[in-house]
Ligand binder design. Structure first.
Ligand SMILES: NC(=O)c1ccc[n+]([C@@H]2O[C@H](COP(=O)([O-])OP(=O)(O)OC[C@H]3O[C@@H](n4cnc5c(N)ncnc54)[C@H](O)[C@@H]3O)[C@@H](O)[C@H]2O)c1
Length: 275
């Protein structure tokens, strides 16, 4: 009988998503996956996580390169600013890579295909906190005319967003406020931590420039709500996802973490269900 081989996983970014994924890998996925390295630009974060998981710091590495060398699969859960460098370096070493900060891939799609083909490596971009990517991918084969994402979040979810701080005062906001309307390409530029889902939609469908995005601050909502409308030759699709917030980071939806775990399971398991 062929010996079962565990996939060695390294995680870059030990915040809300990285920590949740690390915990799942060492518990629910331990038969098929093995956590071999953690890296964070703030070393205290990887130290803390490693200690929580293993009682010592053996998982911590001092550089991205060291993490890549130890891993078969690199999971990026850091920031849109650094995600392209992390993905491209991992691919150059022939490693599989799963990218959470999908906004950072905007403008790099052709290079992503070229690098993965050249190095015989794979890239995984989970759907994240939205529903409808399966339908979009299928419909796109026949032709999609229009994709619109409308995102509603509590004003607090936009704290620290430079574009918002410059253009709006959301303190004490009592009514809904339209913060942005434009292309997915612009949305990921202005809201790098908030709308990775816009990047997923743009890359999976008709492109970052044609995909339309509206972002609304809603004082009355407690969830991150994403509505998607797709007009295509095959079907008219409307989805609405009301996301519970991640307890460690209100900018991140709990479903985004679960979507990454589901993607990991797709990688690890032989039967793949869904588009
Ligand atoms: N795809 C999706 O649906 C989706 C959903 C939510 C969040 N995200 C994205 O995933 C990423 C992680 O989200 P989170 O909630 O865990 O954020 P977080 O702020 O809780 O954690 C990010 C961690 O990454 C570290 N970091 C930042 N840049 C780094 C770099 N270049 N190298 C190594 N470490 C670095 C930070 O120090 C921090 O510990 C963010 O970019 C976020 O926008 C994606």
């Amino acid at each position: 009988m062929k010996k079962h081989k565990c996939i060695k996983i390294g995680i870059v970014g030990c915040g809300a998503i990285g920590s949740s994924l690390a915990k799942e890998i060492v518990t629910g996925l331990r038969k098929d996956a093995c956590l071999v390295a953690l890296y964070d630009i703030k070393p205290q974060k990887s130290v803390l996580l490693s200690k929580k998981l293993t009682r010592d710091v053996k998982l911590c590495v001092a550089s991205l390169k060291a993490l890549i060398e130890r891993s078969d699969l690199v999971i990026e859960a850091s920031s849109a600013k650094g995600s392209w460098e992390i993905a491209s370096k991992s691919l150059s070493f022939g490693r599989k890579v799963m990218v959470m900060s999908v906004g950072g891939m905007s403008g790099h799609l052709d290079e992503l295909y070229a690098l993965s083909r050249k190095n015989n490596a794979m890239v995984y971009l989970p759907s994240g906190a939205i529903s409808g990517v399966d339908a979009l991918k299928a419909a796109n084969i026949a032709g999609v005319q229009k994709v619109t994402l409308t995102t509603r979040k509590h004003p607090n979810a936009f704290s620290g967003v430079e574009y918002v701080a410059k253009n709006f005062n959301l303190k004490g906001l009592r009514h809904d406020k339209l913060l942005f309307e434009g292309s997915a390409a612009q949305a990921v530029k202005y809201f790098p931590q908030n709308v990775n889902v816009a990047a997923v939609l743009g890359l999976a469908g008709i492109g970052m420039r044609k995909t339309r995005v509206r972002i609304i601050a809603c004082p009355a909502v407690k969830k991150n709500i994403h509505e998607i409308e797709i007009e295509s030759k095959a079907a008219k699709v409307f989805t609405r996802t009301e996301n519970i917030l991640h307890p460690q980071n209100p900018k991140t939806s709990f479903l985004a973490v679960l979507s990454a775990i589901a993607t990991l399971k797709q990688i690890l398991q032989p039967v793949k269900i869904g588009t």
